[in-house]
Design a protein around this ligand. Structure first.
Ligand code: ZN
Ligand code: FE
Length: 259
């Protein structure tokens, strides 16, 4: 935690493999992607915290399903992407806007990262990135409402953040993602090392998150579509030669869907 940052980030597991991220100090909390209200209400009650804000990255129910119930207990602002069907929003956000949570002395910059959904956003501040279902540890979200071109541009934006940016994703998908990444880049030594480390983490039942941008750039095949080994694997999967990073991305995204 940097000197200037007043909050800690705590993962609340939800459903099968979601994380709801709680930002908290001694008295206040903000919550990112509360798909379920129950774990949030239980945590706030047991820790004696007051909710100050709700931040949503995209409209899927496993990220916003708990918002209405939280609003019955706390009258707080709800932030989320402009252009997605989230009925409970109090402010719709687009690229470049700022969100403040004064109770936590937190300021987040909104980064537009379409691809998984039409208007998916990330929140970035104090080298913390909350990126929902766009960038995962060693993977990326499925393209439900966007094109490979859009998703590549979105991931490239996130890859330009500082290497030590902490990456808080919406799901614990890391081990399955790494199994796929190993098929794409069997010669990537950093990836092999990461697999060993993350397996130990999961054996101890700890979250593999947050990740870091530098670690993702070294091991996440979806951020490495310009690497010769990734292009070669994509070409093998397609049965034809591809070099263009967007085409490489599209190929490995399809491959992952059926992996
Ligand atoms: Zn989603
Ligand atoms: Fe999700």
């Amino acid at each position: 935690m940097s000197e200037t940052k007043r909050y800690n980030v705590v993962p609340l597991p939800a459903f099968k493999d979601n994380y709801i991220w709680v930002l908290r100090d001694e008295r206040h909390a903000a919550v990112v992607d509360p798909g379920d209200a129950r774990p949030v209400l239980d945590y706030l009650a047991s820790e004696g915290l007051r909710l100050s804000a709700i931040l949503a990255t995209h409209h899927h129910a496993d990220h916003v399903g708990g918002v209405a119930e939280l609003l019955r207990h706390f009258g707080v602002p709800v932030y989320g992407p402009k252009g997605e069907p989230i009925a409970t929003l109090s402010r719709a956000l687009a690229e470049g806007e700022r969100v403040e949570v004064p109770e936590l002395a937190a300021i987040f910059h909104v980064i537009s990262i379409p691809g998984h959904t039409r208007a998916h956003i990330a929140y970035y501040g104090a080298k913390d990135l909350f990126c929902g279902d766009t960038l995962f540890a060693c993977g990326c979200g499925r393209l439900f409402e966007g094109t490979p071109q859009q998703m590549c541009a979105s991931l490239a934006k996130l890859a330009r953040l500082p290497e030590d940016t902490q990456v808080y994703c919406g799901h614990e998908y890391t081990l399955a993602n790494i199994r796929f990444a190993r098929a794409v880049e069997p010669a990537n030594a950093a990836l092999a090392e990461r697999e060993r480390a993350e397996m130990r983490t999961r054996e101890q039942d700890r979250p593999t998150l947050p990740s870091a941008i530098g670690r993702e750039k070294a091991t996440n095949p979806f951020l490495r579509c310009g690497e010769p080994e990734v292009a070669a694997s994509a070409s093998r999967y397609l049965g034809q030669d591809v070099r263009d990073p967007v085409q490489v991305f599209a190929a490995i995204r399809n491959w992952k869907n059926e992996f």
